[in-house]
Design a protein around this ligand. Structure first.
Ligand SMILES: Cc1cc2nc3c(=O)[nH]c(=O)nc-3n(C[C@H](O)[C@H](O)[C@H](O)COP(=O)(O)O)c2cc1C
Length: 213
C-alpha cells in the first residue's frame, strides 16, 4: 500500500521552493513515513498519514508511506538486508534515501513491537545520521504515553538522527473509526509540523498560528 501524496500548497506559496532567475527547479524533499504495524486498518498508520498530510499541506514535499504489511514476510526471517525480497529491499532504499522520516509505532508492552525494531535493526547506523525524524506512537491508553520519549527517541539517538522536539502519542480515544479526531492531538501534530521549518529550504512557517487549536 504505497500512497503517493504530491501536495502543492497553492494557498501557502511562501513555503514552496520557487524557480527564480530561470534556475532549474530543485528536486523535491523526499518524505517517507512508516507505520510499524501490520494491521489494516491501523491507528498507527492513520496517525502517521495524518501527520504526513499536514506536513504536505505546508511544505512541497514528495511523500511515500509504508507499513509493515508493505515490507512483507521476508522481514521476519532476514538477518541482513540482502535476505529481503525485492519489494522489501526497495522500501529500505526509500527509507535510506529519504530526506525526512515520520516513524510511528504501536505500543506493545510499554515499547515498540519486535518486528518494528527488526526493521530498524536492518539499517546501518550511518544511514539515519542527521536525518530529521518525526517520532509518533499509538497505544490503547495514556499509561505508556512516554513510550515516545523513553523508547523511540533513544532508538533514533543511537543512529544520531535529528528527532524533532515534539513527539506525538495517541491513544484509542484520539481516534474515531481509525481517523484522528482529537483536537488536542491535532494541536500537538501542528507543533511538530511547525518545527520542521528549521529543516525546510522554505524557511519559517506561519500557517501554524492560523491552524492552532
Ligand atoms: C501484544 C499487544 C501489546 C500491547 N501493549 C500495549 C501497552 O503496553 N500499552 C498500551 O497502551 N497499549 C498496548 N497495546 C495496544 C496497542 O498499542 C494499540 O491498540 C495500538 O494503537 C495498535 O496499533 P495499530 O492499530 O496501528 O495496530 C498492545 C496491543 C497488543 C496487540
Amino acid at each position: 500500500m504505497e500512497i503517493e501524496l504530491r501536495h502543492i500548497c497553492a494557498s501557502n506559496e511562501k513555503f514552496q521552493r520557487k524557480d527564480t532567475l530561470n534556475m532549474p527547479s530543485l528536486p523535491k524533499i523526499r518524505l517517507v513515513s512508516i507505520a510499524g504495524s501490520f494491521n489494516r486498518p491501523s491507528k498507527t498508520a492513520a496517525l502517521v498519514q495524518n501527520i504526513a498530510r499536514l506536513v504536505c499541506d505546508s511544505y512541497d514535499f514528495h511523500h511515500s508511506f509504508y507499513d509493515l504489511a508493505d515490507v512483507g514476510a521476508s522481514l521476519g526471517v532476514a538477518s541482513r538486508r540482502q535476505d529481503l525480497d525485492p519489494s522489501a529491499a526497495r522500501i529500505f532504499e526509500a527509507i535510506v534515501a529519504a530526506d525526512l522520516l515520520i516513524v510511528g509505532s504501536p505500543t506493545f508492552k510499554g515499547s515498540y513491537p519486535g518486528l518494528f525494531k527488526h526493521l530498524i535493526d536492518l539499517l546501518d547506523p550511518h544511514e539515519l545520521k542527521s536525518k530529521p525524524v518525526i517520532i509518533a506512537a499509538t497505544g490503547g491508553g495514556e499509561r505508556h504515553a512516554l513510550m515516545v520519549e523513553h523508547q523511540l527517541r533513544p532508538l533514533f539517538g543511537f543512529f544520531m538522527a535529528h528527532t524533532l522536539p515534539t513527539a506525538v502519542y495517541a491513544s484509542d480515544r484520539d481516534f474515531t473509526d481509525y481517523q484522528v479526531s482529537s483536537g488536542q492531538l491535532a494541536s500537538r501534530i501542528n507543533s511538530v509540523v511547525s518545527e520542521l521549518a528549521a529543516f525546510s529550504p522554505g524557511g519559517s512557517r506561519s500557517i501554524c498560528a492560523e491552524t492552532e487549536a
